[in-house]
Design a protein around this ligand. Structure first.
Ligand SMILES: *Cc1c(COP(=O)(O)O)cnc(C)c1O
Length: 397
């Protein structure tokens, strides 16, 4: 931001952080973190750790162990497969977006033998494809099926219940690993019910925390697999972590202040109630989609029932650049929107509507987009904000 643009060197009001992670951190969480860091070998620290685990299990509807790592979710991916697999193991992954692709690259570097099944990025993972791939694997060479629940690059939510049903239909014994980084805490996740073996999540999306924590949520089957698996692991070792966590401690220095933040975020979520949180996200996503339709723009997700409740990926018309639009919006309205990632660069922009968010924040966000479309000369119809307001006041809460 330069003074010549008429904004001075600081901007008044709040920055609108509408990327699909990191998300807006509630003031309550920021205040909870502003405390002296304590000794991580003290009893006070142990009770902090032990107070977090039950709340985390609720987010995932899980009864098994939850591990917190100082690290980004990308580290959580690595923890998931290095703890459960051995060099050369065959795994099934799906080419359904940029995060799925990055996860695959990470697994490749560890010498895993990957069947990267191709998908239409605009419709996500087809459970019929999961079933046919597993059916063809009659000798059960595939050790793990790995699916991104909410693909943040495309704005698509894959139905994990249907992936599980496809595995069950052919009685395939592979582990099921799910990336729930941009769905955890915003879109219902049922670890036990779907019999997910490893779920990977991070702090900076639905959990409303700053970046820096990642999570692995484990099934008993996953813990058993880790005892036989031989990929090298050290920092990410479940064994060391589970042993220390037992009494509330860590094998190395944990991010204590982020954990204070997590304690507050869990209290905020418990206060709102998970059913209400999921309904709020669904409602804001629907209002966003109505705005997109009213603008005459296209949702990247081509299957209505699979549109994400946390992020909407919007295509800009041919001949226009989504990054130029985002630049105008950032400079004029101090709002960050998600960029198109990988092959979608310049072709789409992404509106994050997750975490600590409400109706007026959504309308501010959509107003910023609508004004930006006008200023950047992107062909569109007016009335997106109106369509969203109409939906938000239509009685559906
Ligand atoms: C954000 C994201 C990641 C990566 O998280 P980092 O914390 O940046 O490592 C992985 N998967 C999905 C689906 C994401 O949205």
């Amino acid at each position: 931001m330069t003074e010549s643009q008429g904004f001075g060197s600081t901007r008044s009001g709040r920055h609108f952080l509408q990327v699909p992670g990191p998300t807006n951190v509630p003031d309550r969480v920021l205040r909870a973190m502003a405390r002296p860091t304590i000794d991580h070998r003290s009893p006070e620290f142990a009770s902090l750790t032990l107070s977090l685990l039950p709340g985390l299990r609720k987010i995932f509807n899980a009864s098994g162990p939850v591990i917190m790592y100082p690290g980004s979710a990308t580290g959580g991916w690595e923890a998931g497969f290095t703890n459960t697999l051995s060099p050369g193991d065959k795994i099934l992954m799906f080419d359904s977006g940029v995060f799925a692709s990055n996860w695959k690259i990470s697994a490749e570097r560890f010498g895993l033998d990957i069947d990267f099944a191709s998908c239409d990025w605009r419709s996500g993972v087809d459970p019929a494809l999961v079933e046919s791939k597993l059916k063809a694997d009659s000798k059960h060479a595939i050790k793990s099926v790995m699916v991104v629940h909410n693909e943040t690059s495309t704005g698509i939510t894959n139905a994990i219940a249907e992936v599980r049903a496809a595995m069950d239909a052919v009685e395939h014994p592979a582990l099921l690993m799910v990336d729930a980084v941009s769905s955890a805490g915003s879109i219902e996740f049922r670890q036990d019910h779907w019999r997910v073996d490893v779920t990977i999540a991070g702090s900076q999306k639905g959990l409303m925390l700053p970046p820096g924590l990642s999570f692995n949520v484990l099934s008993e089957k996953a813990v058993a697999a880790s005892q036989a698996a031989s990929l090298p692991r050290s920092y990410w070792s479940w064994k060391d972590m589970l042993q220390s966590n037992e009494t509330g401690y860590f094998p190395y220095t944990p991010p204590t202040n982020l954990m204070y933040g997590l304690q507050e975020a869990l209290a905020i979520m418990a206060g709102e109630g998970f059913e209400n949180i999921y309904r709020r996200h669904a409602r804001h996503a629907e209002a966003t989609r109505r705005a997109v339709t009213a603008w005459g723009l296209e949702n990247y997700c081509s299957v209505p029932g699979k549109s994400s409740n946390t992020v909407t990926t919007v295509q800009v018309p041919e001949g226009h650049n989504a990054d130029a639009l985002r630049k105008v919006i950032l400079e004029r309205f101090d709002m960050s929107l998600g960029a198109g990632l990988g092959p979608l660069g310049g072709k789409v922009f992404r509106i994050g509507h997750l975490g600590d968010f409400n109706d007026l924040m959504l309308l501010g966000t959509l107003a910023g987009v609508e004004m930006g479309l006008e200023l950047a000369g992107v062909p569109h119809s007016a009335g997106g904000v109106d369509a969203a307001m109409k939906f938000l006041t239509s009685g559906k809460k």
